[in-house]
Design a protein around this ligand. Sequence first.
Ligand SMILES: [Zn+2]
Length: 287
Amino acid sequence: MLRSLNCPNCGAPVPSTSSGLFLVCSHCKSTVGNLAIYGKNRTDTACFSIEEHSGEVDQLSLMCGLGDWNGLLDVSNQILTTDPNSVAARCYKALAIFWLGDNEFSHLDIVNKLLCQAKTYAPDDPLVASISDVLANDIMVTAIRNENYGSEFTNAVYALTLANKIGKPSSSVSTQVVSYIQGAVDRLSKEFWMDLRRQKRNYDPPYRSIQLLYQCGWLINNTGCLEYFWLFGSLHAGKNTSKSYSPDLAQQLEITKQMLISKQSEKIQKQIGFDFFGNPKELVIGS
Ligand SMILES: [Zn+2]
């Protein structure tokens, strides 16, 4: 049977005859997850052989191929009512919730939770692993459609961080995520310096932006981004010592410091200071 699915980036139908984990959308060239694999690989996966619901699992796999996400959700829920530990139903339910969700990504918490449970019940199961990787990939494809600033970017970072925990995307999507994040970090750091030059000693970088830098730096393992976090996070921490989050921020700074030391970053010796005229510059700590 020829299954088709829709590209999470452009919505065009992507026919999937391949058995590979990922496919390229012929319309927008995004690398997207291949849903057809969920009907295959059934012999080498523990999560189906332990099921007593082979008929229902066939139904799940069919609905998945048809893109009937509401039907998929209903049948998954039915199976979970009679068999609360069903791994397959959890995986399909995660898939349905992803596809039924909106772009605010608030539904992704449930997706993540279901997949974490599936992994606990069936560790190293190839089907759970492939569904996780495909979902991680498609969440990322969806997330990087957001603008890389403002609340859309905050939402995207949330989704990307979660997707990173869920699974491993295709290499082309990983590359796109890195350039998406880097573009945003360049913009953020320019804004930090501009506001700092304007407001001088009065400048207090917003906590929300500081947190974004931290998340982005760790998301793509980027030293440059974590150096900005170190400089501006330290500045903010120094001005907000009695905030409820200050112990957490101190801990983030410490983790980052250790990482930057391991990368032999010279920024670890630096902090933001001011010259005689009050203009900001990087100073060696303690000088
Ligand atoms: Zn597409």
